[in-house]
Design a protein around this ligand. Structure first.
Ligand SMILES: *Cc1c(COP(=O)(O)O)cnc(C)c1O
Length: 394
């Protein structure tokens, strides 16, 4: 991973001068951006006040911290650099980043195409709240995303892809999607949380907007809820305007956790990827395991597409066992001292969570599925613990 860089956020205007003037001379001697605890900045006079009020995109720190602070700026610079975008924005959660981007683009009567195995809260938001606004959605499989001419209608204005998707890791051929969408003037948005910017940069394949739940690998320590949006020159200012208007800004502490997390992202991911390889090999050979679900494995239906885009995987995968009795399942989970029973993922501690397979998943009858997020614990220990606990399910 590249070192934390010193890029300049586009559109930062006079805000940059301010930071340069004030604490920056000092900051040269410190490795991190400061967390300034403030709401309103203080103007030196009415001229400055007037200048600041003129353009919402150019008046930052002196006005109100919702518009940005040194640490949110630093995080946004990093994401722009890592995702090879024009500019980035931070939001108070990954979900807030997603709903904000959707609301900023969609109008009543619009239709969106979206990954069928999308992160469940996003599906719920689209079906419950966007539908109320007269916005409809069609949920597509990864294969259907390669046949877009069959699904795009006159009012289709937006394509939202999560890939590899939640729990079952459907991988979408994003280059095909982006090329098609460009010809039709359809905006393309990708939830890139699974990949982190180190494994895939969707903007390079023509996507317009990339979102991360930075609560996962990017901050990496299960201690912050924060989201990021990275985009092109065309969409940066409109999105920034929308985020300012909706007040979805990230907090300083969370931004700092993210900033710090980014420094070890490559190290963590490399370790997690290696341990995951060991664990999936063990599970594939384990007599209690019926299926291991990971796009890294040749058995996955989207493995070929995965190989087109990825050199390696991350630390998350699923597996299935023959449906156990509840009591048996509970004993199994209790034996896993180092795999915490928890929803979150991408942290330093390994986690496991049961999930219900979607109806369309083939040959899933009579199986129970679990998703694992591998932490940075010692590989041999995790392997022994999991393989021993699985004997409870035989
Ligand atoms: C967790 C998650 C989100 C939501 O992010 P929060 O920061 O928890 O709001 C969105 N997309 C994916 C793929 C996720 O795993």
């Amino acid at each position: 991973m590249p070192a934390i860089s010193k890029s300049t956020r586009p559109g930062a205007g006079n805000l940059k001068d301010r930071v340069t003037k004030m604490p920056h001379g000092e900051r040269e001697h410190f490795p991190h951006p400061p967390i300034f605890r403030f709401t309103s900045g203080i103007y030196s006079d009415c001229n400055e006040l007037k200048a600041g009020a003129q353009d919402v995109l150019k008046s930052d720190y002196p006005r109100y911290s919702r518009f940005g602070t040194p640490v949110t700026d630093a995080v946004e610079h990093e994401l722009t650099h890592l995702e090879r975008g024009y500019g980035s924005l931070s939001a108070c959660s990954g979900l807030a980043a997603i709903t904000s981007v959707l609301l900023s683009f969609l109008r009543p009567g619009d239709r969106m195409l979206i990954t069928r195995s999308v992160y469940e809260p996003v599906r719920r938001y689209v079906m419950t709240y966007l539908s109320r606004l007269g916005i409809s959605a069609t949920f597509l499989s990864s294969r259907e995303f390669t046949q877009l001419e069959r699904y795009v209608t006159e009012n289709t204005t937006l394509i939202y892809v999560e890939s590899p998707s939640s729990n079952v890791f459907e991988v979408t051929d994003i280059e095909v999607v982006a090329q098609f969408a460009k010809l039709r003037g359809i905006v393309t948005i990708m939830d890139n949380t699974w990949s982190t910017p180190l494994l895939l940069n969707p903007l390079r394949y023509g996507f317009d907007v990339v979102i991360h739940s930075a609560s996962k690998y990017l901050s990496g320590h299960s201690d912050a809820i924060i989201g990021t949006i990275t985009t092109t020159e065309q969409y940066y200012n409109p999105l920034r305007r929308y985020l300012i208007a909706s007040g979805m800004c990230a907090g300083g502490e969370e931004s700092f956790s993210l900033y710090k997390g980014l420094k070890t992202l490559a190290l963590r991911l490399t370790a997690q990827q290696k341990t995951t390889q060991g664990l999936t090999e063990m599970l594939t050979a384990h007599p209690a395991v019926r299926r291991v679900v990971s796009p890294v494995l040749p058995a996955h239906t989207d493995h070929e597409v995965f190989r087109k885009y990825y050199q390696q995987g991350n630390g998350i995968f699923s597996f299935a066992v023959t449906k156990p009795k509840d009591s048996q399942r509970d004993v199994f989970l209790r034996r896993l001292a180092h795999f915490k029973l928890a929803y979150g993922w991408g942290g330093t501690e390994s986690c496991i969570i049961p999930f219900s397979a979607p109806d369309w998943l083939p040959e899933s009858d009579g199986l129970s599925f679990f998703r694992i997020s591998v932490g940075i614990e010692e590989e041999g220990m995790l392997k022994t613990e999991l393989s021993t606990a699985l004997l409870e399910l035989m």
